[in-house]
Each structure stands twice: as C-alpha cells, then as structure tokens.
Design a protein around this ligand. Structure first.
Ligand SMILES: *Cc1c(COP(=O)(O)O)cnc(C)c1O
Length: 463
C-alpha cells in the first residue's frame, strides 16, 4: 500500500469515537443506535472504496454528522410524497385524484384511532352491515332503493356483471366498448365476470331496435357504459338510459349503467359542463348505476353502486363482494363526503374538487400576475416569465372535451434551448415539496388553478 493511501485510511474515524461526538448524540436520540451504526458502517465502506479506487476521500468526510443526518432524513421520506399539482389537470390519476374535504380527513383519522361501529349495531349489540350507513345516505341522495360500496368503480363493474349475468349475454353498444386505462377494457372485464359480450350497433350509431333484436332467452343484462374519456362527433346516435330502461322493463331484462364519474349535483349551475347524474338514471328506471368515489364526487377511491334492492342483495351476497369490499377508512371518508352533499349551498367551498373546478379565470389570472412579480427577480436572467391564458382539464376521464379557462405562469428560456426547460422542471421536482408543471410549446407552464396556498409556494420557490 502506498503511504498516501495509508494516510487516507488513517483519517477515517472509528465508529465508537463518532458516536461520542455531540452531533451524533442527537441522531442517536431520534433514529436509534441500530440505524445510526448501520449507516456509519455503510459510510465507512463507501469511504474505503473511494480510497481504493481513486485515492481520495469523499467530500462529505469533512462532516460525518451532517452527512449522516441528511442521509437519515432522506431515507425516512415516505414513497407517497406530497407534491404541488400545477399540471392543469384537477383530478390527476397519477397524483391521487380527488383531494379530500377536511370533514373526510377528520372522519378517517377518527376511524384509524378508535374502534368504530363498522359491522356492529349499537341498538341490539348484533352484527351490522358495513355498507348500511352509506346505503341510507346514498338512497336519500339518489332516490335508489339500496346501495353497495366496493374498492373502486372497476370493481363495481366487475361485481355488477358477475353477480347478475354470469353465464349469460350482456348487450352493449359497439360505441361503448371502451378502455378506461391500463388493463380495464369492457370486453375483458365481461370475460372475467363470466359473461358473454353481445355487441350491437355500429361505432357511431346504435338504435333501440338493435338492443331489442339482440335480446334472447340467454340475455342477462342490457348495459350502458359512459364513454368518459373520448367523444364521437358527427353522424352519431345513441340510445339513452331512459329508453333502454323502458325496453328492459318491457322485456324483463335488467339495465345497468357504468357512469364512470357521474355527479350528484348539476354542474351547469356553476357554469361547468354537465355530467350525467346517477339520480336521473335511477328515476328513469335503470336497475343498477355505478360510479367512482374519487372522480367528480370528490371523495376517496371507491366504487358506488345504487339501484334496485333485489339486485343489490345479489351483489352483497356474492363472494366477490367480500374480496372487493371497502375498508373502514374509505367508508369513513365517503360518508363524510356524501354528508357534504346534504348541504349543497356550502359544497363549492367545502369540497376541494368542486372548489378548484369553479375557480374563476379572472381570479386565477390575478394570482398569476401577483406571482409573476414575486418570481421575476429570481428567474429573469434565464427565463422570460409571462402570464398566459390556458385551459385546465377536469381529468380522470371526466368530461374529456370540455376545458376550463384558466391562467398559467409560463417560463420561456431566453436562449431558446429546450434543455433548459427540462432542467428547470427537474429542479422543481427536486424541491422539498416537488412542483409538477407541464412542458408545452417551448415553455414550462404552471397552471395555477390548483394552487391554493400561494404564500407557502412562493416561500419555497424563493428560498
Ligand atoms: C373511471 C372509469 C371506470 C373506473 O373507475 P375507477 O374508480 O377508476 O376504478 C370505469 N368505467 C368508466 C366509464 C370510467 O370512466
């Protein structure tokens, strides 16, 4: 060994000496002996390797305490990191869809801390049903006879099909054989549920007589699927749920509808595009309607099925229901969210999804101008910062064509190099609370529709 190497090795501290250092006493307090010693062994090994391979000590060897603290903090960060969603998509599936109302958050915390009457009836100390409280609320809100809650809407569709039409034909329009994303395609789900798909009509046009002609002795269901994530325009025709429900009643075949998002309130009252309402389908006589908990409803991930009591009973007693049932946290959040709908006047304030969707373009633009002024000093050398009109999306396949006028801060590299945009986006993703924007048309766009805590954001960006 060279004398150089030997002298580098001799500079490596011994673990027990480090542990007596005051910087390490507080680390031991917080993280415990086992974890700190494991880390120090690993750091020593890294330092020895650096000496072996490049005859240098890593820079951090000047301050072992600081490096160890940084590594412990980094390793303790959970995988679900909070981020700031400035993508312009309000219900962003990859970022966890709906933000929960404070009432839902409190209900979940309580259900986590304390035993709860999940399947327990206080009246007689007997066994209760976990969907009971929610079913009562959902009946009140939708006019349905009964309800069933599962893990998500994909599960709801699977359960509806498996429990009511296994081994039978399900009649669906060719224009509604949609893929919702990933592996969820209606024909595949049909097969998994043991149903035989009976396609009718054409991609752009399906008529009531197509359904009528398809019905035979082995028909189990007539099904409608809301084409949430695409739209067909031009020479089109589809049979609406009311007509189909009437046909189903005439022929004695249940009609089910997968609404995807749906909305329990008429969104047009807020100037938003109208989305089909489950209560309208129930009133029209549809037997079962399913929709998501974390799309426009603004609650937790869940699949909600409302409809006729006899059919809901079949879903509740099917073995798949046990596999797909929702847990107490989901049920707590969903109940608290649905309760907000009993006070519709306050909904646009209390339900974060709606609060963000109804934000006015002018208000967002004013926010953008305030922030432009605050951020200019920091970024103007490299980027031109502008306030630009833009269009937000609702997201999660809801209302795919409709866009909401909004405002963005845009960052354009002064030297026109696209690599600067990637670098800036990466820098923001590395912030303590990562900021997610969108690169488009030679700029980095921050759509401010979903930015409610402007001051905390600015503080972080200017740090
Ligand atoms: C979103 C959607 C689903 C899936 O719902 P999840 O709650 O995400 O499982 C199913 N069908 C339609 C029409 C949808 O839009």
């Amino acid at each position: 060994m060279t004398t150089e190497k030997r002298s580098l090795y001799s500079q490596l501290p011994a673990i027990d000496r480090l542990l007596r250092d005051s910087a390490f006493l507080s680390l031991l307090d917080v993280w415990g002996h086992t974890r700190v010693v494991d880390l120090l062994r690993q750091m020593l090994e890294e330092a020895r390797q650096a000496i072996r391979e490049s005859q240098t000590l890593p820079g951090w060897c000047e301050n072992w305490g600081q490096e160890a603290r940084a590594r412990l903090v980094e390793a303790a960060r959970g995988a679900l990191r909070p981020v700031i969603n400035l993508t312009g998509t309000v219900l962003h599936t990859n970022l966890g869809r709906a933000l929960q109302a404070e009432e839902a958050i409190a209900a979940v915390a309580q259900a986590m801390r304390s035993p709860v009457t999940l399947e327990y009836a206080l009246e007689d100390a007997g066994r209760g049903h976990r969907d009971r409280a929610l079913a009562a609320l959902l009946c009140r809100l939708t006019g349905a006879e009964d309800a069933c809650i599962v893990n998500n809407n994909a599960a709801a569709v699977l359960l509806m099909l498996a429990a009511t039409a296994s081994g039978k034909e399900v009649v669906v329009s060719r224009g509604e054989l949609v893929e919702i994303g990933g592996a969820f395609r209606i024909p595949d789900v049909m097969r998994q549920a043991g149903c035989v798909l009976h396609e009718v009509g054409a991609t752009n046009r399906t008529h009531l007589k197509d359904y009528r002609q398809a019905v035979n002795d082995n028909t189990g269901l007539l099904m409608k699927v809301h084409t949430s994530n695409y739209s067909i325009e031009g020479f089109t025709s589809a049979v609406d749920e009311a007509e189909l429900a009437a046909l189903g009643q005439e022929l004695g075949v249940p009609v089910v509808s997968d609404l995807g998002s749906g909305s329990l309130i008429d969104l047009s009252q807020y100037g938003l595009p109208k989305e089909p309402m489950p209560q309208a389908l129930i009133a029209a006589g549809v037997s079962l309607v399913s929709f998501s908990g974390d799309k426009l409803l603004g609650g937790p991930q869940a699949g909600i099925i409302v409809g006729k009591k006899a059919l809901i009973d079949r879903l509740q007693s099917h073995p798949l229901k046990r596999a797909l049932r929702a847990d107490k946290m989901t049920l707590a959040a969903l109940e608290a969210t649905l309760r907000l709908y009993l006070h519709p006047e306050a909904l646009a304030e209390r339900l974060p999804t709606l609060r963000l969707l109804v934000r006015d373009e002018a208000e967002i633009a004013a926010q953008a101008r305030r922030m432009q002024a605050a951020l200019t000093g920091r970024y103007e050398a490299e980027f031109a910062i502008d306030v630009q009109p833009c269009l937000s999306q609702i997201g999660s396949g809801s209302l795919p064509v409709d866009r909401l006028p909004s405002a963005a801060l845009t960052f354009t590299p002064r030297d026109g190099r696209g690599s600067r945009l990637e670098a800036l986006a990466a820098r923001w993703r590395a912030l303590p609370v990562p900021v997610i924007g969108r690169i488009y048309d030679g700029r980095l766009w921050l759509d401010l529709r979903c930015l409610e805590d402007e001051n905390r954001f600015l503080e972080m960006m200017l740090r």
